[in-house]
Design a protein around this ligand. Sequence first.
Ligand code: NAD
Length: 444
Amino acid sequence: MKIAVIGTGYVGLVSGTCFAETGITVTCVDIDKSKIDRLNNGEIPIYEPGLERLVNKNIETGRLLFSTSLEESITDCEAIFIAVGTPPDEDGSADLKYVLSVAAEIGQYMKDYLVVITKSTVPINTAERVRVAVQAELTKRGSDLEFDVASNPEFLKEGAAINDFLKPDRIIVGTDSERAIKMIQRLYKPFLLNNHPLIFMDIRSAEMTKYAANAMLATKISFMNEIANLCEIVGADVNMVRQGIGSDSRIGNKFIYAGAGYGGSCFPKDVKALVKTGLEYHSPLRILQSVEEANEHQKSVIALKLMAHFDGDMKGKKVAIWGLSFKPETDDMREAPSLVIIDNLLKAGAIIKAFDPVAMKEAERMLNSSVEFCANKYDALVDADALVVITEWSEFRILNYPQMKELMKETVIFDGRNIYEPTEMQENGFSYYSIGRKPVIPNS
Ligand code: NAD
């Protein structure tokens, strides 16, 4: 069996590699020539645990190929996955220009029946628009080739993408074609050996499922952040509240951690796009509008705490930042809360020294010379007036208090992910601010 995956980003590269792992021959296509050149040299353009080993293993078997040419890659393919980006348009809706241009190319170059599967996160009715775009090109060619469309949204999490793809909680497929169902069943069979469900539905429901899932997760986070902010004011502890409500099986204990706001390439843009869809169809999603608003506010909470601690005077204050990526185990900086926090602190006159285990190259591209990047977490602490922890990388969890005290000018920590215990901080001589818990000052 042979397939092609168009778009070799976080989703396309992981999906293509995992399909190759099952014995299928996969060509990953991208218009970014430098990306394809790097991949052909065994170099992985993104940080994703376990990916490099799997890519190189499948390149060696000859089952995983990389190309800039959709035309050359489409020959003998039974299915084409579209996994290109769908960034927000100016008005917040998903920009479909990349998806539709790939659909047109497929129509120009396909030579036999195939199933065109949209894996990118796309608004309702996109698979229909893909169908129209492919058909328009076939008509131009005077061709009567047949094809089907399907929507197969992706649920992998960056940082755990390989495991999520190989052992999915569920696979969602929307299609109206029996022939496509049979082909997709064959394609996904190796991933279903542990009884993970492959759920077939109509195309619109599949498209909606992806947005509803991300919107629900973003809602849980924003809800908990607002509860956390109130906890602080009324003297409650959000960690206790989280444990209290998380043990209710109707609520569950996942995605209810308070923090410095959600980011990444999916939640912010998908919430925006769904809000836009609601408005378009005159069915406003009022909850989601508030989720977005709450998240924007949450990203400023840490900087506000610093301002309050330093009586509004951040000028010349040296702030160490630990963690830049939007979450641990990825180098993805898209919409990372760190960008907003750093911007707020710089505007207030602070000097920033930052460390992240893998995202500094990406961060450098976005923040350029405004931030000093450090070789390790302790270098960032030299003469620091404060430490801000933004991303909960494992290596930040255990602290060397004596070393930190020696390096820092003032022993104060702002924890945007609630990874430390206030009493431990207090006992070790640190002032400590977190999210939704009482701040502490050192025991005298
Ligand atoms: P990405 O930006 O990392 O990668 C997209 C790739 O598509 C880029 O390499 C780009 O060069 C390529 N591309 C654009 N136009 C092309 C064309 N005409 N032909 C060939 N390649 C082209 O994006 P991503 O993070 O992998 O996301 C892709 C889609 O999957 C988005 O819709 C996203 O919302 C969705 N998604 C992402 C995640 C995630 O965790 N990143 C998870 C689930 C779903």
